[in-house]
Design a protein around this ligand. Structure first.
Ligand SMILES: [Zn+2]
Ligand SMILES: [Zn+2]
Length: 265
């Protein structure tokens, strides 16, 4: 089989990515992909929540940009998704968003622990003054709540908390066991996200150990580059496929209007 679909691609609407969807699609074609999906940062009810996501009024523009890429690249399957921040209390908003378009999938991601977006480079120095283990525990718990919410199809970058290289001592993969058990029960997929290879942690999200655990529980898998520039599309996907196979996966998932279809690796 060729490379799996890249389901985690951003657009300039999130204010920290470059390149139009049509350019990401062109790069994906060059890389030999037959399918991609956009999953830009979903808006919040208040546009001043932070400065790294599209505004609520831009959702239609987002859908139009993806449509434009579809028209320019009829040979490629292009899915429409969103990367949605899970925050307790936001459930009604997420439900509302999910009804606005015919999404192919929603990726549920955790970036916030309390009021701190832990992966924000501008706030990376805060890791110095925090108890690393405590942040990781809170992060994994929040992600478990996201899985329990039933609002998502895919869980994004499971161990994003390692981004800047702050890792607690001990068996940290175990922090993610309850989450993976729940994902298996709920039929929720996880993604193998190659963006970590471009960050200080120098590792995909999740780690090989967590990925093997996910495979053991029978949790479905998607692939994502988390591209914020066209040339990052399908970033290191050959290595990602090898890592997935080494973890025990022989298939990944495609999503069509929130329905999952198995695809051999
Ligand atoms: Zn993310
Ligand atoms: Zn992302």
């Amino acid at each position: 089989m060729g490379l799996p679909p890249d389901y985690h691609i951003h657009t300039p609407l999130c204010r920290h990515a470059e390149g139009a969807p049509v350019e990401y699609a062109a790069w994906a074609k060059r890389r030999g992909l037959e399918e991609i999906g956009f999953s830009d940062h979903a808006p919040m009810p208040r546009d001043d929540f932070d400065d790294w996501r599209m505004k609520a009024s831009e959702l239609s523009r987002y859908a139009a940009l993806v449509e434009e890429a579809r028209r320019a690249h009829p040979e490629m399957t292009i899915r429409l998704g969103l990367e949605v921040d899970y925050l307790p209390g936001m459930e009604d908003w997420i439900r509302e968003l999910s009804g606005r378009y015919e999404w192919d999938y929603l990726i549920g991601s955790v970036h916030y622990v309390g009021d701190w977006d832990i992966d924000n480079p501008v706030k990376a120095s805060r890791w110095e003054s925090e108890d690393t283990l405590h942040v990781w525990v809170q992060y994994a718990e929040r992600l478990t709540e996201a899985a329990a919410s039933g609002l998502f199809d895919i869980l994004g970058h499971l161990d994003l908390c390692k981004k800047f290289g702050y890792r607690p001592e001990g068996k940290i993969a175990e922090l993610f066991r309850p989450l993976l058990q729940l994902a298996a029960e709920k039929g929720l997929a996880v993604e193998l996200n190659t963006a970590g290879l471009r960050k200080e942690c120098r590792e995909m999200y999740p780690s090989a150990e967590i990925l093997a655990m996910a495979a053991d529980y029978g949790v479905g898998l998607t692939f994502g580059s988390d591209a914020h520039a066209p040339r990052e599309t399908a970033w290191e996907f050959e290595s990602a496929v090898s890592a997935a196979k080494a973890a025990g996966y022989d298939s990944s998932l495609q999503f069509i209007r929130r329905r999952r279809v198995r695809r051999p690796l």
